[in-house]
Design a protein around this ligand. Structure first.
Ligand code: ADP
Ligand code: MG
Length: 550
């Protein structure tokens, strides 16, 4: 016991609260915190932009269940991180943003980079506070970490004035809170468990929707057991993919629209009926669709569609309750139903339509052939990061997931520019897994400089850019008299960006070059980038209804 400085106390408290990863961009006044974090055993990753640092920290939160820390300087550093807060707010992912700020003793004086940071963080955060006294650092950090993971997860913010970071405190005078345990897993009301099973038994066309709340809750074993016990068909949301394997026979992935439109009862498991699920409303859903909704947030139940049964609680605990009840009184949905056979027929039809696109030798290429070649080379253990409009949408269909929390994408906020940061976070958490980021060319541009971070930390990530010369497709050749807002420079050599840092780049513009380039890249022990030129006019397979792609 003795004197301890603010920076060390911050790092020690974070470590004590189970925060093991920090992403940041250092500068005055937060530099000593980053050094202290390394001394205390926190893995520190220096990023090239605060926005990326914030995206990485929240991906760690989603992947591990403890918030990642994001460390930024005052003023512009903190405001650059706000898109990260917003993305975490929208996804309901935990992150602790630590913003340096001007000295308490200079508040209101027009200090260097002084800004209303606590207020700026507030709309996005479950908790936003200034640490005004160094001896209370452990208190604030415990409070912030707990807020981010208890109840519905989300972002938190702590403002750290320079004179608090630099202060010394007598350890004897401090009260240090205990490590906050992982959140208690609250079960649902037993009456609702019985009601949910009763409702499922009366449905003719029941459908489970598995969202990223189920993935976050680590409910994969329970959900799989539930699906296997009940034989109910399921649809995974974009990041719910992999909670149960996409290749499970009960997955309706290839007949998504058919299943949504015709279901008479949907059971959402950690998935909101927001825009991603077409609000639970017609024309995507039947007008009188019944719902069972499982969510940790009671206030979410009933959004857009009233719930017939509400299961408020932790997904893993609640599905466990359902499984328990089914063990006592087994029930399964009949395999011979027209519902099951209709879904299978539609899925087969859709697969047959897509297959020729995936096998096409056309040059220039469309989306499907490169994505199919990527698919053929990935293992069940690969973590897939994906962003870009069509690249992500089509990639979601073509690239299967086999395990929970093995897919990270633009998410509920539809954010472009998350890909590099998510890939870096995934590799930090899972150093032994292959991480692949499949990016649109525009999406790559938002944070392309972060490839340097992957090389600096020796992360063998494969970045793949599906390049169509623009945002939703650009021109084949630039007309200097008429540069459309959606144009990017045609045939941009993105693979050379990574070469600047010693990574290998691959340029591919013919289908027969795909396999050798991808094979080499995916086995390269260093970060690399494969730039795949496709037809700028390439589209998604024509959809049956216009509103599907709206
Ligand atoms: P998706 O985009 O995959 O459909 P959403 O982000 O819309 O998923 O929904 C996820 C939901 O999961 C959120 O409403 C969130 O409150 C909920 N959730 C988060 N953690 C848990 C948990 N442990 N148990 C149950 N639900 C959870
Ligand atoms: Mg593009």
């Amino acid at each position: 016991m003795g004197e301890i400085d603010g920076a060390t106390l911050i790092a020690r408290s974070l470590k004590q609260q189970g925060v093991d990863y920090m992403f940041g961009v250092v500068g005055v006044p937060v530099i000593p915190i980053a050094f202290a974090a390394q001394r205390e055993g926190i893995k520190y990753y220096g990023m090239r932009h605060e926005q990326s640092a914030a995206y990485s920290a929240q991906a760690v939160g989603y992947l591990t269940g403890r918030p990642g820390a994001c460390l930024v300087v005052s003023g512009p550093g903190m405001t650059n991180a706000i898109s990260g807060l917003a993305n975490a707010w929208s996804n309901r992912w935990p992150i602790i943003l630590l913003g340096g700020s001007s000295d308490v003793s200079q508040h209101g004086m027009g200090a260097f980079q002084e800004a209303p940071q606590v207020d700026a963080a507030k709309p996005w955060c479950k908790y936003s506070a200034e640490v005004d006294r160094p001896e209370r650092i452990p208190y604030f950090i415990e409070q912030a970490v707990r807020s981010s993971i208890y109840g519905r997860p989300g972002p938190v913010y702590l403002d750290l004035p320079g004179d608090v970071i630099g202060a010394s405190v007598d350890e004897e005078t401090m009260r240090t809170p205990e490590r906050c345990p992982d959140p208690p897993r609250s079960p649902a009301d037993p009456a609702s468990i019985a009601a949910a099973l009763a409702a499922l038994k009366t449905a003719e066309r029941p459908l489970l929707i598995v969202g990223k709340g189920a993935a976050y809750s680590r409910a994969e074993d329970e959900v799989r057991a539930f699906v296997e016990a009940t034989q109910l068909p399921f649809l995974a949301s974009p990041m719910g993919k992999g909670v149960i394997s996409d290749e499970h026979p009960l997955s309706v992935g290839s007949a998504r629209s058919h299943a949504l439109q015709n279901a008479d009862l949907v059971f959402t498991i950690g998935a909101r009926l927001n825009w991603i699920m077409h609000f639970g409303l017609p024309p995507r859903f039947a007008p009188d669709v019944r719902t069972i909704q499982l969510d940790i947030a009671a206030e979410e139940i009933g959004t857009n569609v009233p719930a017939e049964v509400a299961l408020v609680g932790d997904a893993r605990a609640v599905i466990g309750q359902l499984n328990q009840a089914l063990q006592e009184s087994p029930w399964e949905f009949p395999a011979e139903s027209t519902w099951r056979t209709g879904i299978e027929r539609k899925a087969q039809e859709n697969r047959e339509k897509t297959q020729p696109l995936m096998d096409s030798d056309d040059s220039p290429m469309g989306y499907y052939r490169p994505l199919r070649e990527i698919r053929d080379l990935l293992s069940e253990d690969t973590i897939i990061v994906s962003e870009g409009a069509s690249t992500m949408d089509i990639g979601r269909q073509v690239l299967p997931n086999f395990k929970a929390r093995h897919r990270l994408d633009a998410g509920s906020f539809g954010t472009m520019g998350v890909g590099m940061a998510f890939a870096i976070a995934a590799q930090a958490v899972h150093p032994d897994k292959k991480v692949v980021a499949v990016e649109g060319d525009s999406a790559f541009g938002f944070s392309g400089m972060e490839v340097e971070v992957a090389l600096r930390y020796g992360m063998p990530i494969t970045f793949i850019v599906i390049n169509n010369n623009g945002i939703g497709g650009g021109p084949s050749e630039l007309d200097p008299e008429k540069i459309l807002p959606s144009s990017l420079l045609p045939n941009a050599r993105y693979e050379r960006v990574i070469e600047a840092f010693g990574g290998k780049g691959y340029f591919v513009d013919e289908p027969d070059q795909l396999r050798p380039a991808l094979e080499e890249a995916l086995n390269d022990p260093k970060a690399n980038l494969v730039n795949i030129m496709i037809n700028p006019k390439a589209q998604r397979r024509p959809q049956e209804f216009g509103w599907l792609t709206r």
